[in-house]
Design a protein around this ligand. Sequence first.
Ligand SMILES: Nc1ncnc2c1ncn2[C@@H]1O[C@H](COP(=O)(O)OP(=O)(O)OP(=O)(O)O)[C@@H](O)[C@H]1O
Ligand SMILES: [Mg+2]
Length: 398
Amino acid sequence: MSFGPPLLEDSRKIMLLGSGELGKEMAIEAQRMGVEVIAVDRYDMAPAIHVAHRRYVVNMMDGNAIKALVRRESPDAIIAEIEAINTDALLDLEEEGFRVMPNARAVKVCMNRVELRRLAAEELQLPTARYFFAEDFEDVKKACMDLGFPCLLKPEMSSSGHGHVLISKYEDVERGFKDALTHARGGGRKVVVEEYVRIDRELTVLTYRYPQGNNAVTATIPPIEHQRPEGIYHYVESWHPSTVSNDIIERAREYAIKLVNKLGGLGIYGVEILITRDGRVLFSEASPRPHDTGLVTLVSTDINEFQIHVRSALGLPTPEVKLVTPAAAHVILAETEAWAPRITGLEETLRIPGVQVRLFGKPFAYRHRRMGIVLATGNTVEEAREKARLAVSLIKVR
Ligand SMILES: Nc1ncnc2c1ncn2[C@@H]1O[C@H](COP(=O)(O)OP(=O)(O)OP(=O)(O)O)[C@@H](O)[C@H]1O
Ligand SMILES: [Mg+2]
């Protein structure tokens, strides 16, 4: 007589630390590979929890909690899905022999703007916007004067544009520094003061490493292009492929490969590149995981960014990724704060050929929270973008 569920012959397990929309897609891909999925987040019913075998709700800045969970579950791979994780716990776990994706150091470096900038700009000599590191008001003032106005303050640790402050004149420096620090994560006092560049285009170069014998092969996917409205520091729209020149693509790829090879490990990274109106191609930052703007690969490529990451987590290869159609994605934002928000307009939206909607299933909404995404395909990127924009204008979350 047997008790409990049958075990797969080659049963494997992954643990997601962070269970948002990116985690949800990874969980689905892992499920498709017959892999057991453990989802962890700070709140219950986060998107990936809906599609995981089991879940834990803990504060992910609590290193002891993370270590206890990992030791108890003993997953084959740990996927850090968000930035706000106790990265020292990941370093310890890696030391104990657990596989952290892409590796614990990369997760730690990428969550820290100062460390990442140092590595990319100073060690690897990748071009970036002009910048200074600053720790106190005097440093910030000096940096702003040197860079000129407007300039941008970014806390050492933050994501999704939180705490970015655009300073347009000398009198605003002190307030701006205070504002940036209020939004910083983990109580860090450092900021990066950056030249405010006039952006022409923005790219994400998805770059991944998969195992081959004892080595890793590094490959990229043709860049994704994305855009945000003026004054908002997170993307709303992305499309694939980008329409920039081959020369720019080659440079962006070169920077991405250099950086990712330096960070190492296995799995996918999103390398963010800014193209300025004065023609510079600049490295901006990188995520050691599938990228928000890469959600478009759910329709644009034969193997999407989540599959790639899961395959690498399992030690499996992804030798080639093909673009199958021009496509675009547009985020669906909530209008107001609401529990179990109502979503309307789906019927009209889905009448548009080539349009799909992915709703993340977040149990509560607040103004401008990302609640889902519209995906659209077309004969050209322009057509796909138009469809996505029309589709998203029909959907309301409130
Ligand atoms: N120096 C700059 N000048 C002008 N705009 C910038 C500059 N740096 C960043 N931006 C804009 O702000 C956006 C967010 O910046 P960045 O990626 O550094 O922040 P983030 O908090 O990590 O955001 P996310 O987590 O969404 O990637 C960029 O995509 C770009 O549009
Ligand atoms: Mg970014």
